[in-house]
Ligand binder design. Structure first.
Ligand code: ASP
Length: 325
């Protein structure tokens, strides 16, 4: 008995020192950052800007791997099952918190299967339509969309994505239903909106800032409580006729459960450093997005935020009665 307890203790000590040693060398090879949406979309943009800056700080290359589909749940599942050694990470958005309520069967536990690294940014969404959509403001847009609801196609990045959540809230606020068209990310959805194959979409400004500024799409309002600094002329949806319609899309970084804490802490420190970078801040601001404060780019802040968002959105989604299998 004493012999086996000694053996167990020795094993624990060895594991501890192995984790310390691997954390000291970390990172000694390329890190893969999984983005659970297609290339060219908002999560991809946020992840690539952050990866570039963190890679310089950590003196290694961070490559982005796009694992799109099923509203971000395929990419998240891939990271939940990855080796917890700090070389496979995830950048996901608010969908990590809405998935438990939206999916009847989820292949992972958003809290239990991950080590939080820190929050990355807060971003606005814009309600946009194809350039020739016959409405000049939100009120006209709503009237037209309701009168033609059988023909209205709303693009999204699949059940559980931020665009899906926003579209669902819109249909619930208007008490109507439109035809939804899912993509592997809103990057490819934007191509179809520009081509006029779909009518409208609610998506992060990180994906549509340049198209809005160039007049290639029509923007009817922002989902934020206050106007977005980069778009002072675009009203909030609340101002434009949908009171209290607010959604902030936040992104955050996670490692698989069991990743040694010293590695998680190293990543979190690098993330905080990256978010101080003036070039990164400017790129985010141009896209209508904001890096989080240093305090929020920490495991503790993300753990608390994720739990609060799961608690906030669960009842709203259940009330709207939307599920995916
Ligand atoms: N913005 C997308 C969404 O609707 C995802 C993406 O392509 O980044 O959640």
């Amino acid at each position: 008995m004493i012999k086996s307890s000694l053996k167990f203790a020795a094993c624990l000590v060895a594991t501890f020192f192995a984790a310390q040693a691997s954390a000291e060398d970390y990172p000694s090879k390329v890190i893969t950052l999984v983005v659970p949406f297609a290339a060219g979309g908002p999560s991809d943009t946020v992840a690539r800007l952050t990866a570039q800056s963190m890679g310089t700080i950590l003196k290694t290359q961070i490559i982005v791997e796009n694992v799109g589909g099923a509203g971000g749940t395929l990419g998240a599942a891939r990271v939940a099952q990855a080796k917890p050694d700090g070389y496979t990470l995830l950048v996901h958005h608010i969908g990590h918190a809405t998935a438990p309520a939206l999916y009847r069967k989820l292949a992972y536990d958003p809290i239990g299967d991950f080590e939080p690294v820190g929050l990355v940014n807060d971003g606005a969404m814009a309600l946009i339509a194809r350039k020739d959509f016959p409405a000049k403001d939100l009120k006209e847009m709503i009237a037209y969309a309701k009168a033609n609801k059988e023909k209205m196609n709303v693009a999204n990045a699949g059940v559980g994505s931020a665009s899906h959540l926003c579209g669902m809230l819109l249909m619930s606020a208007l008490n109507t239903e439109f035809v939804t068209v899912p993509y592997k990310g809103t990057g490819p959805a934007m191509n179809d909106l520009l081509g006029g194959q779909v009518d409208f979409m609610c998506d992060q400004t990180t994906n549509n800032a340049s198209q809005i500024k160039a007049g290639k799409v029509k923007a009817y309002g922002m989902t934020t409580a206050k106007r977005v600094a980069a778009f002072p002329d675009i009203p909030t949806l609340s101002e434009a006729g949908l009171p209290n319609f607010t959604v902030t899309v936040w992104h955050a970084m996670y490692a698989p459960k069991g990743t040694p804490q010293p590695i998680v802490d190293k990543l979190s420190k690098a993330l905080q450093e990256a978010l101080k970078d003036a070039t990164l801040k400017q790129r985010f601001a141009d896209l209508g997005s904001e890096p989080v404060s240093q305090e929020r780019a920490t495991p503790q802040a993300l753990r608390a935020h994720l739990k609060a968002e799961i608690d906030k959105w669960g009842p709203i989604i259940k009330k709207a009665g939307v599920f995916a299998d």
